[in-house]
Structure formats: structure tokens, C-alpha cells
Design a binder for this molecule. Structure first.
Ligand SMILES: *[C@@H]1O[C@H](CO)[C@@H](O)[C@H](O)[C@H]1NC(C)=O
Ligand SMILES: *[C@@H]1O[C@H](CO)[C@@H](O)[C@H](O)[C@H]1NC(C)=O
Ligand SMILES: *[C@@H]1O[C@H](CO)[C@@H](O)[C@H](O)[C@H]1NC(C)=O
Ligand SMILES: *[C@@H]1O[C@H](CO)[C@@H](O)[C@H](O)[C@H]1NC(C)=O
Length: 379
């Protein structure tokens, strides 16, 4: 899975040949310059010693080009970060010195590099791509571990940058925190500081709601591929910030969503929506609560538009399903109550706002448990 470059190899050979132009020919005296012929390109004076263009493609100090010789300037020049440098190409975007060090500050360099190890080692646990690499193959690698800001010859998917044995919070270079371990084609960690071809999570569900073994600190929950809880003692394949268990807000009106990278969110799934109008066709738990116009918010509680189990519209006092008695008909309920199926489930007795209006009970301040339920979840 490594994007190796043969062009890079060719370029390196060319650059080497260029550097090895026999220097002693510079010192030979020559009568005249021959354009394009090594050793006969620059002279201080006619009939004097001939010199080659130097590594920057220019005549050495004190000499000038022979007739017909064009100074080429350095093969490449730095134009800044994240751009293709002058004289370089999209495939080889970054100007480097002969030793592979990145050229900066607008200076001229020796050749163009495929990629630069620009994020490591200053940023272990790298997720952003190295210069010259892309989102899929993020890490610039060479035939041996690269120093910072030095030319590499390939972009790898990941590098085993941290030994899992030394740091339980191991997130290898190039790997996302949800799959923090870099492995090779046989599924094993490659030697330290060498590249792998896949990022995985080797985790086990060791805690119901707390951190599981094998996941990094910020993404402590081990889950299956579809984000579910593997169950105590079972292996998972992904590390996440949440699980369905953690995200369950006990609100029957919402779908509870766990985004492994972001966390829990709760989306009204429409199952609690009111039919609208003064008389409701169904119950509703979402905010703003549908308050019956004839029974506006009374002091400290809301009335919810609904129909009772016998199909008659009424409005019940919002009590978030705490301490509600089961029923199958209005007769099962108290004198000021009616039986309704609601977000609390099938058939429960609710205070009818119309019958209890003005009574002490309907004005009583709800306890936090009644208002928000045992989990503290809000409607
Ligand atoms: C080549 O010669 C020019 C002109 O003297 C000089 O500015 C430049 O630094 C030289 N380059 C190298 C690599 O020696
Ligand atoms: C993967 O890495 C292990 C340990 O470094 C090594 O023994 C194995 O040969 C490697 N497999 C491949 C396919 O590179
Ligand atoms: C809405 O979510 C609740 C609780 O998560 C669920 O019981 C109900 O079936 C869902 N309704 C729809 C229409 O998806
Ligand atoms: C309502 O509350 C008042 C004052 O708290 C009390 O005097 C009265 O007896 C109560 N009425 C009923 C019907 O409970």
C-alpha cells in the first residue's frame, strides 16, 4: 500500500551524476568555450581557465558564461509552505538541498523531493498529512527513519511511531484515534519507526461505561464496527468517545446517536410530534412543548396536547413519565386523571389539565425528578 516512486529514484540518480561532473576539468586551461560541453562553460577571460556552471547552475564567482551558454539558476527554489516550489512538480513538490533537507526562506535548492517528514517528530500521533503526502497516505517515509523536515521517498499509510508496550495512549503516526495502532499486512506491528499498511484498534470491552483496554485516553470506549458495545470481555475493532449505552438519554422521543469521533447527539425522531392546532392528535415531548392555548403554562408546569386511550382530546400535565400509574381506560385513573398512551409508553394516568386546573395539585412545583426524570434528561 506504499506509494513508492520510481521517478524519485531516477531524479536522485540524475542529481548524483550532475554532482559528479569531474571537477579537475574546471582547472584545465582552454582556448575557447564550447557551449554545452562540461568544463568549457565559464571563463574569467578569453583563453583562460574554463569552469563548469556550479551546482546552482551559475558561473562561479569572477567568471562569466562563454558565448551561447545560458545560466540556468538553481534547479528549484522555495516558494513557501503547502505550495509547489519553483522548478518542482506536483509529484515532486518540495525543493530540498543535496542532503535532503527542506529549503526554506525563498532560497535555492538542489532538487525536488516527493515528500517531507514535516509533522514528526514534533507532532507524534500525527493525523494531518506530511508535506507532499495526501489524506490516505499521510506519512512521509524513507528507507530509514527520517529526521524532521527531511526528504522522504514514499508516502505510507501509517508508521509505528510509539510502542504500544510503553504508552497505553498509543496513537501511531497517520492513524486516527479510533483505530490507533499501525500494523503491517500480517496484522502485526512493524518494527518501531517503520511503516505499516493499516490502522486498527486492538481493544477489549473491559468496562461498562468507563475506559476500555486498548483505547487511547481521548477515545476510551471500545466498540464493534457499527459502534455497538461488544459486551464485557469481548474484543472490539474501534475506539470511540461514546457508545450507544453512554448516549442513551432515556428520552423516548429522540434517536440517540453516537459519533465515534464527536460524541452523543439526540435527534427528535418525529415519534413525539404533535398534530398541531388547539386539539392535539398525538403527544409530544420536544421543546418547545406544545402548550394548549386554553391552558397556558400554569406557574411551573406545562400541559401536553394529547388524546386519551378512548380517543378524546385532552391535555395532560407534563411529568416526564415519573410516578405514572398504568391504566387501560380512564376508569382506571383518579377523578382528575385520564388514561393516555404517550412517550411514557402504553396507557398511563395523567392529570387532566382541564379537571385539575386551579387545584392545589396542579399548581404544585414539580420535583426535579418529576421534571427531568431519574437520569436528569431534559425533554
Ligand atoms: C554559484 O555561483 C554563484 C555566482 O558566483 C553563487 O552566487 C552561488 O552561490 C554559487 N552556487 C553554489 C552552489 O556554489
Ligand atoms: C510484520 O511485522 C512483523 C514484526 O515486525 C514481522 O515479523 C512480519 O514479517 C511483518 N509482516 C509483513 C507482511 O511485513
Ligand atoms: C424514536 O426513538 C425512540 C427512543 O429512542 C424509539 O423507541 C422509537 O421507536 C423511535 N421512533 C421512530 C419513529 O423512529
Ligand atoms: C390548597 O392549599 C391551601 C393552602 O396551601 C389549603 O389551605 C387548602 O386546604 C388546599 N386545598 C385543597 C383542596 O387541598
Amino acid at each position: 500500500m506504499v506509494r513508492l516512486s520510481f521517478v524519485g529514484t531516477l531524479l536522485a540518480i540524475t542529481a548524483t551524476a550532475y554532482a559528479e561532473i569531474p571537477q579537475q576539468r574546471d582547472l584545465q586551461a582552454c582556448d575557447s568555450c564550447y557551449p554545452g560541453s562540461p568544463g568549457t562553460q565559464c571563463q574569467a577571460q578569453a583563453g583562460g581557465v574554463c569552469y563548469n556552471l556550479n551546482a546552482s547552475g551559475q558561473c562561479p564567482a569572477g567568471t562569466s558564461p562563454c558565448p551561447g551558454v545560458v545560466e540556468t539558476g538553481p534547479p528549484c527554489r522555495d516558494l513557501g509552505k503547502e505550495v509547489i516550489d519553483q522548478g518542482c512538480t506536483e509529484a515532486f513538490p518540495t525543493c530540498v538541498y543535496a542532503n535532503g533537507g527542506q529549503v526554506v526562506g525563498g532560497l535555492g535548492g538542489h532538487h525536488c523531493a516527493l515528500c517531507i517528514n514535516s509533522r514528526f517528530p514534533s507532532n507524534a500521533g500525527q493525523v494531518a498529512p506530511d508535506e507532499g503526502c495526501d489524506e490516505e497516505f499521510r506519512v512521509c517515509v524513507g528507507s530509514r527513519p527520517l529526521a524532521a523536515n527531511v526528504e522522504g521517498t514514499a508516502c505510507a499509510l501509517c508508521v509505528n511511531s510509539i510502542s504500544a508496550a510503553t504508552d497505553p495512549n498509543d496513537i501511531d503516526d497517520g492513524c486516527p484515534p479510533t483505530a490507533p495502532i499501525c500494523v503491517n499486512d500480517s496484522g502485526q506491528s512493524p518494527a518501531l519507526r517503520t511503516f505499516g499498511t493499516k490502522c486498527v484498534a486492538n481493544c477489549v470491552d473491559t468496562s461498562r461505561l468507563g475506559a476500555d483496554r486498548g483505547c487511547p485516553r481521548g477515545y476510551p470506549i471500545c466498540t464493534t464496527a457499527d459502534g455497538a458495545d461488544p459486551g464485557q470481555g469481548n474484543a472490539g475493532v474501534q475506539c470511540a468517545v461514546c457508545s450507544p449505552l453512554l448516549c442513551d438519554d432515556n428520552d423516548p422521543c429522540t434517536d440517540d446517536i453516537c459519533d465515534p469521533l464527536v460524541g452523543c447527539s439526540h435527534v427528535d425522531n418525529g415519534s413525539c410530534s404533535c398534530g398541531g392546532g388547539v386539539v392535539a392528535s398525538d403527544w409530544q415531548c420536544t421543546l418547545p412543548t406544545p402548550i394548549c392555548t386554553q391552558y397556558p403554562r400554569v406557574g411551573v408546569y406545562d400541559c401536553i396536547c394529547d388524546v386519551d386511550v378512548e380517543g378524546s382530546p385532552f391535555c395532560w400535565r407534563d411529568n416526564n413519565c415519573v410516578n405514572v400509574a398504568s391504566c387501560s381506560s380512564n376508569a382506571d385513573c383518579g377523578p382528575t386523571q385520564r388514561c393516555a398512551s404517550s412517550c411514557c409508553g402504553d396507557g398511563h394516568c395523567f392529570e387532566d389539565c382541564a379537571l385539575s386546573e386551579g387545584s392545589n395539585e396542579s399548581r404544585r412545583r414539580l420535583t426535579p425528578a418529576e421534571l427531568f426524570g431519574p437520569t436528569g434528561a431534559h425533554f
